[in-house]
Write a protein that binds this ligand. Structure first.
Ligand SMILES: NC(=O)c1ccc[n+]([C@@H]2O[C@H](COP(=O)([O-])OP(=O)(O)OC[C@H]3O[C@@H](n4cnc5c(N)ncnc54)[C@H](OP(=O)(O)O)[C@@H]3O)[C@@H](O)[C@H]2O)c1
Length: 296
């Protein structure tokens, strides 16, 4: 029983990598997929050695049977309320009914316990699920990895290779921001899924860099230090995000509307890790900021 892990969201970017890392560690992996899941992604999982279960999350008895003899459920689902709260709750209830001892929810984000309601809509959904899982007969472990490092490749204001600028907020030039690669997150999650002694929260980062650090890195990589741009106070940023959200209600139905992206940037500057659990599994290695930026 110890090594049988059920992965939901296994066809996703992170979920597939978690399955790969679990198999590497000798685990037996079961994945729940949907009728709508892309066949090529399902086939790729099968090739890895993952057992595929096609399930409808609303079918409680089938979901419960899928959870039998599982030592830990890992959720890497992505979506809005219907997924992070509704589908994950259906999975949680099935796991509890089947007597699964542990559950890793699809958090994989900045430490939202440091943030207020309304700061980040997608994190508020995770907080709603946190309340449900914390009141269930199962041991939850959330993994906080900050931002995935690939977001640095998107030309976000924090690191904008097009304009050669780095945005920061007042007094935050040296504020360290947590970044983790998808691969490092997946490897750590697989190790945590197979570790019965995990605490409620695990905090990781491949690297932690401030706007000042990013300026030095741009000097090393491009021979020119990008210009630091003071983008105002955090209070102004928060007010701007609230206004942007109120003016764009259609974004409530989208996973990553523009105002949500701004909320992610706000979260990076509002919460960070003061201690890391990176060394919990000594066989893991961590990517550097240099490596991540070289991929741009
Ligand atoms: N920290 C960061 O910077 C950062 C960035 C991106 C993502 N994340 C987080 O990482 C986690 C994984 O994200 P990802 O980018 O790997 O997601 P992804 O590639 O979009 O994959 C999403 C997965 O969820 C499944 N799914 C979607 N809607 C579903 C539904 N209604 N019912 C059942 N399954 C459903 C998909 O299955 P199908 O194949 O069947 O559609 C797929 O397996 C999420 O928690 C996400 O928020 C964090």
């Amino acid at each position: 029983m110890k090594n049988t892990i059920l992965v939901a969201g296994a066809t996703g970017n992170l979920g597939e990598k978690i399955c790969r890392e679990l198999i590497k560690r000798g685990a037996t992996v079961r994945a729940i997929v949907r009728n709508e899941s892309e066949p090529a992604k399902v086939e790729a999982l099968q090739k890895l050695g993952v057992s595929i279960i096609k399930a409808n999350f609303a079918d409680a008895s089938h979901l419960e049977a899928t959870c039998s003899d599982i030592s830990c459920v890992v959720s890497a689902l992505a979506g809005l309320h219907d997924v992070i709260v509704t589908a994950q709750s259906q999975l949680l209830n099935a796991a509890v009914q089947a007597g699964v001892p542990r559950f890793i929810p699809s958090d994989f984000c900045t430490d939202y316990t440091q943030l207020s309601e309304g700061d980040n809509r997608n994190f508020d959904l995770r907080k709603t699920f946190k309340n449900l899982v914390d009141n269930s007969a199962i041991k939850p472990t959330s993994i906080f990895n900050g931002a995935f490092s690939y977001v640095l490749q998107y030309g976000i204001p924090l690191f904008n290779p097009k304009d050669h600028t780095i945005a920061y907020y007042e007094g935050k030039q040296d504020w360290k921001i947590d970044f983790t690669t998808l691969d490092d997150t997946a490897a750590f999650t697989a190790a945590a899924a197979l570790d019965d002694e995990t605490p409620r929260y695990l905090r990781i980062a491949s690297f932690q860099v401030s706007p000042h650090d990013l300026a030095s890195l741009s000097q090393q990589l491009y021979g020119e230090a990008f210009r630091l741009v003071n983008s105002g106070t955090m209070e102004q940023f928060s007010a701007y995000n609230q206004k942007l959200r109120a003016e764009n209600p259609e974004g409530e139905k989208e996973l990553y509307p523009r105002w949500q992206q701004a909320q992610y940037l706000y979260s990076m500057f509002a919460a960070h890790h003061t201690g890391l659990d990176n060394n919990r599994y000594p066989d893991l290695s961590w990517s550097s900021a240099n490596e991540a930026l070289q991929q741009i």
